[in-house]
Design a binder for this molecule. Sequence first.
Ligand code: CAA
Length: 387
Amino acid sequence: MDFRLTDEQQMIQAAARDFAKQQIEPVAAQFDASGEFPLDNIQAMGELGLMGIEVSEAYGGSGLDTIGYVLAMIEISAADAAHGTIMSVNNSLFCNGILKYGTEDQKQKYVRAIASGEKIGAYALTEPQSGSDASAMKSRAVMSADGTHYLINARKSWITSGPYARYLVLFASTDPEAGAKGITAFLVDTEKAGFSRGKTEPKLGIRASATCEVELTDYHCPVEDRLGEEGEGFKIAMSVLDAGRIGIAAQAVGIAQAAYEASLAYARDRKAFGKEIGTFQMIQSKLADMKTRLEAARLLTLKAAWSKMESEKTGARITTEGSMAKLFASEAAMWIAHQAVQIHGGMGYSKEMPVERYFRDAKITEIYEGTSEIQRMVIARSETGLR
Ligand code: CAA
């Protein structure tokens, strides 16, 4: 076993770290306060190759591996988790599924636009009545009599990047009687007739990442824009989430790293009772546990990334690896951010320090791309073989 990074992995990590320190960190609090979408930064990240890290150069990406993607996600999310969210949707939820199930034309048109950072992508699975129970969707797609297109009527909620997305990967049922096996995936252009956006969600954290409802009313989707075969949609949605969850685990590691580093600096600097607070055993105990959970989360996330790279050769599913990494890293991030606020005392509760933002941002990692409860269910089902 070799824990050393390759030259390429170190290169993307350094590029992401430099950009994060210079362009994101100084404005993160301002974007959090205003809730404005950081469009200029996202385009600049696209130019740096951060929007399609695993996408080959032939489709406008960087042609790097999943470990490189995880390392870059950690650096960006440590500076601002909201930037990390937008990056993860473009990389994992949008590009991954099309690379795996799309046609050559779909890759050229849709992946290229998003991986290059020219446009923003989104993934539309959740509906107002179906979050965790994703296959209980009501959205419908009906094939036209001449077989040239589908008519889609859909209402999707909690669509990350929805307000700014040009293209969506969207799931709708083509055969409601068949349940999960009747779901089909489509590529939707938000500039076409029949597409509209609903309310933007006012959120606790990742406030610069915009989230909204979207609605499709008699939207004409050409057959060429169906992703995969009819009835393959749920499998596509789930296998995209297998990879997506590794990205969210990396985002959680980034938040946890920032919270830990801020706490370490504060413990060295802040004095109470005539000494640095880092000399007190109760603070030391917190720092030791924070560091240990942070490193465990990082290793589980990198292991999941490595498993994804192996699975590209073997075709093996990485469902359990992705779920374990997301479950552990998100709960570690929440716990570490909680300790960080406590170590900072009153300053941890103040908007003048970034730790209260880490605390608010960490929470979403336990919820989106499958709650912690869903991850536990997925892991236990896979281990026991029982349903
Ligand atoms: N890969 C491939 N196929 C898979 C799969 C996977 N990971 N998971 C399930 N399938 C297949 C199953 O094998 C099964 O097919 P067969 O019958 O042929 O075996 C079929 O899909 C149905 O699977 P289940 O019976 O397990 O389905 P279920 O209804 O019990 O649901 C679930 C499973 C794990 C609960 C799933 O619904 C789930 O993951 N829910 C959470 C949804 C979620 O994560 N939503 C996040 C929204 S996106 C988001 O959050 C993005 C964002 O904002 C950034």
